[in-house]
Design a protein. Structure first.
Length: 308
């Protein structure tokens, strides 16, 4: 046996050992729902998107019921720039006027949503795993109301309402369609764009993290994975915190350890856990196979937020 054959055999035995060690975790997630929020700048990289889709297919074939909720901020910004429409943000939320809303829906429910669903279908072709592209407007999935935000005037110190335009917050999730897809004999993977409808029929743009949390709660998901552009939540020492309770997460926000975009992610995680999700994990979606490491290994990936 030459060196190349020996290395190949070693890899085979290592793979078999890894699969055997994963058995308890595979059984733990058998027929369990995992909601995955997919977003960040990595979405725009074809190679990363294809790897993400392949991992989703693997989850489905291992008995997990993955439900994908995606963002698309960078893609919306790129399209707005092409159209000459300027964007502004308040507390990380895009101020959405009628022109911006039209572009946001076109990008999220159209290009981005269908591309993700397509890559899942391509990756799962041999086993007939198929991505199904949806938005919150389909089958009354996501009912929303206009988001209200206030800011303190630096001169008068008076709280003033900020009009974010067509930005919404979930008020009701009707997950019957998602449930039917999950329970089907066919291997469907729902892919949801964060667009919702108010009671008056008006369409709203909704933060994808918020939609993922609301949907995970409605589905009683075992896990919600927030795939981001960071490794996880860092403590004061700069090291990744592997696990934390709701109280500890609240403390990180209160004492200023959590800043910027991490605050709404922690708030989303806490809201999902309170809604009945067993735990939420904030992890780096740019790393290949991060979801598999989190779900099927002892080490895990990122930061897990649980009730206590």
């Amino acid at each position: 046996m030459d060196e190349i054959e020996r290395q190949s055999e070693d890899r085979a035995w290592t793979t078999a050992k890894t699969l055997a060690e994963a058995l308890p975790y595979i059984q733990n997630y058998d027929r369990q729902t995992v909601v995955i929020k997919y977003g960040g700048h990595a979405m725009g990289e074809t190679a990363v998107a294809k790897q993400f889709a392949a991992d989703i297919v693997l989850l489905k074939l291992m008995g997990v019921n993955p439900v994908v909720v995606h963002g698309g901020g960078p893609q919306i910004s790129a399209m707005l720039d092409k159209a000459g429409v300027k964007s502004s943000f308040v507390d990380g939320l895009r101020v959405t006027d009628p022109d911006t809303m039209q572009v946001a829906e076109m990008v999220l429910s159209g290009a981005v949503n269908k591309e993700i669903a397509h890559w899942i279908t391509v990756a799962g072709k041999q086993a007939d795993v198929r991505g199904v592209g949806l938005s919150g407007k389909d089958a009354g999935l996501l009912t929303v109301e206009k988001t209200r935000r206030t800011r303190r005037d630096p001169d008068s110190l008076i709280e003033q309402e900020v009009d974010l335009g067509f930005v919404g917050e979930p008020t009701r999730v009707d997950a019957k369609l998602i449930t039917r897809l999950i329970e089907s004999d066919a291997d469907w993977v729902p892919v949801v764009a964060p667009i919702g409808v108010a009671e008056d029929g008006q369409t709203y743009n909704v933060n994808a993290d918020t939609v993922a949390g609301a949907l995970a709660g409605a589905l009683g998901a075992k896990r919600m994975l927030l795939l981001t552009d960071v490794e996880g939540v860092k403590g004061k020492d700069g090291q990744i915190i592997r696990q934390m309770t709701l109280a500890e997460a609240e403390g990180l926000i209160a004492d200023g350890t959590a800043t910027g975009g991490m605050i709404p992610k922690l708030q989303t995680a806490m809201a999902a856990v309170r809604a009945g999700v067993e735990a939420v994990v904030i992890l780096d979606g740019r790393r290949p196979h991060a979801m598999l490491v989190e779900l099927f290994t002892e080490h895990g990936a990122g930061t897990l937020v649980r009730a206590r």
